[in-house]
Design a binder for this molecule. Sequence first.
Ligand SMILES: Nc1nc2c(ncn2[C@@H]2O[C@H](COP(=O)(O)OP(=O)(O)OP(=O)(O)O)[C@@H](O)[C@H]2O)c(=O)[nH]1
Ligand SMILES: [Mg+2]
Length: 337
Amino acid sequence: MNEEKKCQGCGIVLQDENVLLEGYTTSLENDYCQRCFRMKNYGEYQSTSKNNQEYIDILKGVAETKDLVLYLTDLLNIEKNLEEIRTILPNKMILVLNKKDVLPKSVKEEKLKQYLSSLENANFEEIIVISANKNYNIDYLLKRVKFHQTSKNVYVVGHTNAGKSSLINKLIQNYSDSSQELTMSPLPSTTLNTVTIEIDEHLTLIDTPGLVEVGSILNHVSDEMVKKISPKKEIKPRTYQLRKNQSIIIEDLIRIDYVEGERNSFTLFVSNDLKVKRLLNFTHNDELKDKNKITYHMKYDEDLVISGLGFVKIVNKGVIDLYIDKEVDSFTRKSLI
Ligand SMILES: Nc1nc2c(ncn2[C@@H]2O[C@H](COP(=O)(O)OP(=O)(O)OP(=O)(O)O)[C@@H](O)[C@H]2O)c(=O)[nH]1
Ligand SMILES: [Mg+2]
């Protein structure tokens, strides 16, 4: 039997029999499946739902190698459970923080690095900040990969949408003769299986599908809203001074009622494209109150993080009611700024 041929864009096994199933292509001579072809050529994005068990199985396979791993994360959406990944993946690991270009200037790289290296079991060889889209620090990253690699193979892992395929495409463009292009898209679950790319005779990169964070707001809104939520430019922080009984509403996504405390400052770190409204007296307005309510007792200088959306820095202590879809995760942390 012939070895199965995989799509060079997303890693799915190609098939020419059922147009409704993954991996369909009109001819097995093609290098890309129809879904990738459409995304690349027409920007017609098509999301699929991925099963996280497949992802865990891929990671377990990686754990059996002694190969270097690049763990990619989106700077604005640093996962709460970054530590968990270490329990599955004991490999030598570089933590790569991507999308530097959308990070507001007020967020200091050093503070982020400090916070991340203080995580339990962190054990990263290094933490490197890059922007795949803006080609920022890619040269340096490659140098450090070459320094730390334990074999020819280096795996690129991380949550869906972190920019793994975008980073590998930059490395292909900058350092190899290959014309292969991995499929990238603003929607989650673009890469469907591992894809192997030889950069040069000493380095092969392996792209992997991303873990879908079930609690991310991106999995619970329309494709249009996903595009709006994902920042394309540097985020301009928006600050609102709130008194008790005032609120902030972001699109139809979340509502924050400030229910108890002194005059306080709320700074939003979310995409500039999102509309924000302030209510000067919330008592007569029930907008979004049909969502799930979570009460937070904020301490001095903490961030309220909404998974997939961004975060709100709240300076003083106080009590807030957050209205949000019940599937979407939120949590508080010591402010990063
Ligand atoms: N602003 C900004 N956006 C980026 C950067 N890198 C990637 N993106 C965007 O992030 C989105 C996801 O990129 P992908 O490369 O498809 O992400 P992935 O990690 O391969 O995603 P999966 O294959 O679903 O796991 C796309 O809209 C990219 O344009 C970056 O450095 N800056
Ligand atoms: Mg990908």
